[in-house]
Design a protein around this ligand. Structure first.
Ligand code: ZN
Length: 455
């Protein structure tokens, strides 16, 4: 539902996540044309008014790493007990049959779940472009995002190093450097909007050091910098990957990426588990970012990222669900809770707290995506991206002493009550507003069967 003005009144608590860590109590929010115009006691006339009595409002969460297509290969019994490399080798054989329908419906399902769990900006890392399929998969993702009403950062991912050339993926999902770069440039020109409050941006994202040639990494960085778009890839997820780059290039993963120009405040890496002390220093110095994916890291037995140390060193860190074949869901609220617990387990009283984790999922994500000026906190002039939770749920009784930390310390299960993106209500009373959830789920399950039987 689109509206030019929105008035949210009688909010119990607004956790702004601004630079003063301001919490507003019993206040109203007035939104016009997708932007927060006022947070005060003032009363406004608006096209739509929400009575938020008893509600807590948080800034919209930002997901900094995902593979939406993987939702259709989640919970497969045969890969439940595998680590990354064997897990990938098995799944490539299914993923080579992806098509536009699979992408459309996995995007609707995954981003639907994200919206229902408070996420308002989604970054997706799509890197599988099967040889026999038209090059329109990213276009289809943008359409799905528009249909749902979520803010979308897509990436033109890629794989260019097949098994026969010493990489991991099969030929059927590998493309030439020229083909990849041409399509990357086309997508940037067609979709990348760098204006404030933009709903669509592009990122260039070759898949990983073990599925892409050094030449493609280098040329992608040059192209991204020509158009001022960001760069993303997987890095330091496993020891297998570290052994691969040492053996093949005589360098540790970060050193290898640095040699290809992949360092700086326009670059962020997914996972970043196995960085050593010196490498953390380099990330801090260059403001190179990390997308932390705690559930995926646990599921694939990859390890625990040094997030508490990274936060103290002011390395940009965002939170992410990762692809649903290694998670197996798109619930970003769950990620906040798990990140909190995992850091507690590793660092005890040196761990970052629940509120700091929330700030990674808001401020941190915004910084990584280059959106710190218009996203990531609630204040006048910022985009009206937020979500609301009724504090009078039975499972939240007794949590009122620290709403800032609550999403980490206590955790919120299930759907939020409202999600608002760009000033528009996209989740209302826990349900998606712009699609028929049941219809989409039924159709999606038919496509899941088709994909998994095609192999
Ligand atoms: Zn990933």
């Amino acid at each position: 539902m689109k509206n030019k003005t929105l008035f949210i009144k009688n909010v119990k608590a607004i956790i702004s996540c601004d630079s003063n860590d301001q919490v507003y109590e019993n206040m109203n929010i007035f939104i016009e044309s997708g932007v927060i115009k006022d947070i005060s006691n003032k009363v406004y006339e608006a096209e739509k008014t929400i009575d938020a009595t008893g509600m807590i409002i948080y800034p919209g969460l930002i997901n900094t790493h995902h593979h939406l297509y993987q939702i259709f290969t989640r919970n497969l019994p045969e890969v439940q007990n595998m680590e990354l490399f064997p897990w990938l080798l098995h799944l490539y054989e299914i993923w080579k049959n992806l098509d536009a329908d699979t992408i459309r419906f996995s995007s609707l399902v995954g981003m639907g779940e994200l919206l229902k769990t408070g996420c308002t900006t989604c970054f997706d890392h799509h890197y599988v472009f099967p040889n026999n399929v038209a090059n329109n998969l990213i276009d289809v993702q943008f359409e799905a995002a528009t249909e749902l009403g979520i803010r979308m950062h897509c990436s033109r991912g890629s794989m260019s190093l097949s098994k026969k050339d010493g990489g991991l993926p099969p030929d059927a999902v590998v493309q030439s450097v020229e083909e990849i770069l041409n399509d990357s440039e086309r997508l940037i020109k067609e979709y990348h909007d760098s204006e404030p409050y933009s709903m669509r941006q592009m990122v260039l994202a070759p898949c990983s050091p073990f599925s892409v040639t050094g030449e493609l990494m280098k040329k992608s960085a040059e192209l991204a910098r020509k158009y001022n778009v960001r760069l993303h890839t997987h890095l330091c997820e496993t020891i297998d990957e570290e052994n691969f780059t040492i053996e093949k290039f005589g360098m540790r993963p970060l050193e290898y990426m640095k040699s290809l120009g992949w360092i700086g405040d326009d670059v962020w890496f997914a996972h970043g588990i196995h960085f050593n002390d010196e490498e953390l220093e380099l990330l801090a110095k260059t403001k190179t970012g990390v997308a932390h994916c705690p559930v995926s890291n646990m599921k694939l037995s990859s390890g625990i990222a040094r997030i508490s140390e990274m936060q103290k060193m002011e390395i940009p860190v965002g939170l992410a669900v990762d692809g649903s074949a290694s998670n197996d869901g798109s619930n970003i609220l769950e990620e906040i809770r798990v990140a909190y617990l995992l850091q507690r387990l590793k660092y005890s009283n040196e761990s970052i707290g629940g509120y700091e984790i929330l700030k990674l999922a808001t401020n941190g994500g915004a910084e990584i995506l280059g959106r710190q000026h218009d996203l990531g906190s609630l204040k006048v002039g910022k985009a009206a991206d937020l979500f609301m939770i009724d504090s009078n749920r039975i499972e939240l009784v007794g949590t009122q002493y620290d709403y800032k930390a609550m999403l980490g310390t206590v955790g919120v299960k299930g759907s939020v009550d409202y999600t608002i993106v760009n000033g528009n209500v996209v989740v209302e009373n826990g349900k998606l507003v712009n699609i028929d959830e049941k219809k989409v789920a039924l159709k999606a399950n038919i496509l899941v069967e088709k994909l998994n039987c095609s192999n």
